[in-house]
Write a protein that binds this ligand. Structure first.
Ligand code: UDP
Ligand code: MG
Length: 153
């Protein structure tokens, strides 16, 4: 099964959406296998958003990601990376479809509530960036037979 990283950004923390967003992932059938609140350092953000480092708005992104602590989640499931990206919606929240997290809770490109890993390779790198080995838990998902058919996982 796949694991993926989600960050509940300061826009989620400040607007009191932590619980609602986590509830969506739980209700979907994803297993929460890691979770903590952290303050993001310059170093970690420069690594995490290295693809945007040359953009004029990079400092703005860094500042907003440091405006409060964030909550990082590790979620596990079949095709978890793609499932979570679909649940997240496109980057510009105004274009994000209703029913997605960004589509339902936000109006902004920048203040778009969640980060989600965009490929299985990125997910592995990002999970290692935010979690140590002992912070990712391996425990039975007791409702597994009600979430998937036995040939799906
Ligand atoms: N971002 C922004 N302006 C832009 C592009 C990105 O403020 O023009 C921010 C936005 O918060 C986005 C994050 O930078 O979520 C990372 O950008 P990316 O292109 O990786 O989008 P994502 O994968 O989050 O949809
Ligand atoms: Mg991205």
């Amino acid at each position: 099964m796949q694991k993926t990283l989600v960050i509940l950004k300061p826009s989620a923390v400040q607007r009191g959406l932590i619980g609602e967003v986590i509830t969506r992932f739980e209700k979907k059938g994803l297993q929460l296998v890691g979770m903590k609140m952290v303050s993001l350092t310059d170093e970690i953000l420069e690594e995490h958003y290295s693809h945007l480092k040359e953009k004029p708005f990079f400092k703005r992104i860094k500042d907003t990601m440091q405006a409060s602590p964030v909550v990082v989640l590790a979620l596990k499931g079949v095709d978890a990376v793609e499932v979570v990206r679909k649940m997240t919606g496109v980057t510009n929240s105004r274009d994000a479809l209703a029913g997605t997290i960004r589509g339902d809770y936000s109006m902004s490109v920048q203040e778009n509530i969640v980060h989600a890993s965009d490929s299985p390779e990125t997910a592995q790198i990002e999970l290692n960036r935010f979690f140590s080995e002992i912070e990712i838990f391996n425990y039975p998902q007791l409702m597994l037979p009600n979430v998937y058919a036995n040939d799906e996982y």
